[in-house]
Design a protein around this ligand. Structure first.
Ligand code: PAF
Length: 283
């Protein structure tokens, strides 16, 4: 495994691989890697000849600068994990390398980017599109792998790829959970052991709500989830939206869509740490 820091160095090795007919897979990350990322990398390694993992803490997608400051940075441990997973190249550029000039491009994909995370984190998806498009241009991957935990992010990236006409297959990979059910996230390392135990109530409630939904209305299910989580000391729901899984628009009845997902964001602990998760009700 080789660690590369510039687009030029990366393009040189990839040009060579491409000229030999090799398939290139990309796993974009912001570092602080965990088992969820490892599952993406292993899948990418299994499906491509060359696996590039980018490790870049992208400043333009953080609408809250304190969130960026406290985001864990663990490049050395990340490289050890990536080597063990069989990655070919780690691309770890500096901010100047990725943004030699301020990126003024504006990406707008209503309806998928202006609800939920888009509404609560203004500018977040614009920053995601800025960096992911730059990575796609630099790597020109045949396939790119994203975790389904960021359910809305995948919808936004698919919309961007379609809009820009980029030739890449977007592969979405299932959420990996801790034994407690808590969805794996780099932000989990910012939780104390007690907060982590508390946070497990989010997935417990979502799983329970799938049974509850079978005999209750959508509105009752929405209330069940919100109230049960808010009753847990140390947790506060920011939003819980039950949406059409394709358009990401809120629906009011179970019959309104054939693919239905409940997306939640919860503040956990004293700091507090913002955690997201989702559950599929239908489809
Ligand atoms: O999901 C993430 O970690 C980031 O949003 C991504 C896709 C690597 C872009 O910075």
């Amino acid at each position: 495994m080789e660690v590369l820091y510039t687009k030029k160095a990366l393009q040189l090795v990839l040009q060579d691989a491409r000229s030999k007919g090799k398939k290139i897979g990309l796993v974009p990350t912001m570092g602080a890697l965990h088992e969820g990322h490892a599952s993406l990398v292993r899948r990418c390694v299994g499906e491509n000849d060359v696996t590039v993992v980018s490790v870049f803490l992208n400043p333009t997608q953080f609408n809250d600068k304190r969130d960026l400051e406290k985001y864990p940075r663990t490049l050395e441990a990340d490289c050890a994990l990536l080597e063990a997973c069989g990655a070919t190249y780690v691309f770890a550029p500096s901010v100047e390398e990725m943004y030699p000039e301020p990126d003024t491009r504006v990406f707008s994909y209503p309806s998928v980017d202006d609800v939920m995370e888009g509404a609560f984190r203004p500018g977040h998806f614009n920053g995601v599109c800025q960096i992911v498009s730059k990575l796609f241009y630099a790597v020109e991957p045949d396939r790119a792998y994203f975790g389904e935990k960021d359910f809305q992010q995948i919808a936004v990236i698919r919309a961007m790829v379609k809009d820009l006409g980029i030739r890449v297959e977007i592969v979405s990979c299932p959420v990996i959970r801790e034994e407690s059910g808590l969805a794996m996230s780099s932000r989990n390392t910012l939780l104390t052991t007690e907060e982590k135990n508390t946070a497990a109530e989010i997935s417990h409630t979502l799983f329970q709500s799938r049974d509850f939904a079978a005999s209750h209305t959508l509105e009752e299910t929405r209330e069940f989830v919100t109230e049960q989580i808010n009753r847990t000391s140390g947790l506060e729901v920011q939003y819980f939206s039950i949406v059409d899984g394709d358009t990401l628009q809120e629906i009011t009845e179970w019959k309104d869509a054939s693919f239905i997902v409940g997306c939640i964001t919860v503040f956990c602990g004293a700091t507090p740490i913002r955690l997201i998760d989702h559950i599929k009700y239908k489809g």
